[in-house]
Design a binder for this molecule. Structure first.
Ligand SMILES: [Zn+2]
Length: 537
């Protein structure tokens, strides 16, 4: 649900002047922007034999401005057979993955109920979860096993909704009818299983927490339920793993690992956001996705060489970073993936030590950084603009670099605060500029030189080094090439009386240092800073 909270603009507008505009434009049309989603009631029959879905979605919405048409996203794969608002049937038009309900004159600032009936074949994903679509699979016993991957396009690949990330609903009811004895797993709490006629039954799930449309999801399979009550910051949490496996030992172990990871995140970032509902994992025919309270898991209990289940750990982190706190515009997607990825380095630091974590950052993050595009995209970008993994690895590494400037304590406290501070947009939908403002306030530092360089430029800053050897000494000039960049940097070298280490304040003007000819200058020995070296002789 999206309100424009002007009051926050007044009290929360930026204390430092920086170059990050607040992205209030949207690629949605003005008509769609005027409509504010309150709730989705999805009622669908999924027929895995015919590979067809059919049913209706009721969208409760508030209208904030007069519109020409009510405009909803739904793939053109589906045929709409009827639409109505507040019980009255209305004419509609289907065009380019949109449904237009030709109605003006609805009352403003009041809730309305739009029903869309439809039937069709969802697109099949060839590469889930990256490519959006349905996965019609079978388990080893020949039972249907069905998943749907929709982050990259949005919920409208299977139900009428707004695909723009800027309008979370207040909640959703997901009613899915499938052939018996298949089960359906979805968001929130299971309200009922309705045995309709002999062959079919209906699983009714409901969540009453704000939720992005791409996070509304279902998985169908012949699942067993492995349950456990976890304790997160001393509060009980209902944990369920819907699995195809008979190996309950491994399955209960997975829930124990999940409890450990949840406790780690809660310790750093505050309580598990959906404690009143559940923590759910469902075994999927694809690798994974962070569906709120119903994580898609297809990692087969695989652990990294540091002894944890990467996929489970990563998707759990998204319950805070991406699901509870969400971007208002995909342009700022690094907030979901970069912060969540850095949390993994923090976990390794806690489990082992800082040295192991830095090695992990170097081997896992640095080697994957491409520097081809800025990690912030143009406003109103689609999520598909991110063709490499820089929002993950560069985003994470830059938080490590930020930590070097502001310290671990301020960084961690700021990240936690970022989750809970009032935002300009409702339902905890945020922007990079809100992050920058918070970091500058908490660190009491003006950091536009830092964020401009790293967030708005594709290329890394260049550190120039010019060396001159005269007799038994090296005379070295060091300076940053990029205008205004002033990152301090640690150096060390062997002096005549042992190892010397110091931090240099650097700017665009050469800084001179002199070291013995026999010594090698080591710049940034702990690899805190991302930069490129350029040497002159
Ligand atoms: Zn992720």
């Amino acid at each position: 649900m999206k309100f424009f909270l002007y009051i926050f603009q007044l009290v929360f507008f930026f204390s430092f002047d920086n170059s990050f505009a607040s992205y209030i434009d949207s690629k949605s049309s003005q008509d769609q922007e005027s409509l504010d989603i309150v709730f989705y009631n999805i009622d669908l029959k999924v027929d895995p034999k015919k590979k067809i879905i059919s049913g209706n979605t009721i969208i409760t919405f508030v209208l904030y401005q007069k519109v020409k048409n009510i405009e909803i996203d739904l793939l053109k794969n589906y045929t709409v057979s009827g639409t109505s608002i507040n019980g009255t049937s209305l004419a509609f038009e289907q065009k380019n993955d949109k449904v237009y309900i030709l109605k003006t004159g609805l009352k403003l600032f009041k809730e309305h109920s739009l029903e869309i009936k439809y039937v069709g074949k969802p697109p099949v994903s060839k590469s889930p979860p990256w490519e959006a679509g349905i996965i019609w699979d079978e388990d080893s016993n020949g039972n249907h096993w069905v998943g749907i991957a929709c982050q990259s396009k949005g919920g409208h690949i299977w139900f009428p909704s707004k695909s723009n990330p800027n309008d979370k609903a207040e909640g959703a009811e997901i009613k899915i009818t499938v052939p018996k004895p298949l089960k359906v797993v979805s968001n929130g709490l299971l309200k009922s299983i309705e045995p309709s006629s002999g062959y079919w039954h209906t699983w009714v799930w409901e969540t009453n927490y704000p939720i992005s449309s791409y996070n509304i999801n279902f998985t169908i399979g012949d699942f067993k339920e492995v349950k456990r009550t976890g304790y997160i910051l001393d509060k009980p949490l209902k944990m369920i793993f819907y699995t195809l496996s008979n190996d309950t030992n491994k399955d209960i172990e997975l829930l124990k690992s999940a409890e450990e990871y949840l406790s780690f995140y809660a310790g750093l970032f505050g309580q598990y956001p959906w404690i009143q509902e559940k923590f759910g994992i469902v075994q999927t025919p694809y690798w994974g996705m962070e569906h709120q309270t119903a994580i898609a898991y297809g990692n087969n209990h695989k652990k990294t060489n540091l002894g944890y289940d990467f996929l489970l750990f990563h998707e759990i982190g998204h319950e805070w970073w991406g699901n509870f706190l969400s971007v208002y515009d995909w342009a700022d997607f690094w907030i979901h993936e970069g912060i969540n990825t850095y949390a993994e380095a923090l976990y390794i630091e806690k489990k082992y030590n800082l040295e192991t974590s830095i090695n992990f950052i170097k081997t896992n993050f640095e080697s994957n950084i491409q520097n081809k595009k800025p990690i912030i995209a143009q406003p109103n970008s689609g999520i598909d603009v991110f063709t490499d993994n820089d929002v993950y690895y560069k985003g994470a590494y830059l938080l490590h670099t930020l930590r070097y400037i502001i310290g671990k304590e301020i960084l961690i406290e700021s990240l936690k605060e970022f989750l809970y501070i009032p935002k300009e947009h409702s339902n905890n939908q945020t922007t990079t500029s809100e992050f920058v403002t918070l970091i500058e306030m908490n660190s009491k530092k003006e950091l536009s030189w830092f964020f401009d360089q790293y967030w708005n430029n594709a290329k890394l800053p260049i550190l120039n080094i010019k060396e001159n050897i005269i007799k038994n000494k090296k005379f070295i000039d060091i300076w940053w090439e990029d205008d205004g960049f002033k990152m301090p940097i640690v150096i060390n070298y062997n002096s005549f009386d042992g190892l010397r280490e110091k931090e240099l304040e650097l700017s665009n003007n050469p800084k001179k240092i002199v070291i013995p000819k026999s010594s090698e200058l080591i710049i940034d020995p702990e690899s805190w800073v991302l930069f490129e070296k350029k040497a002159y002789k």
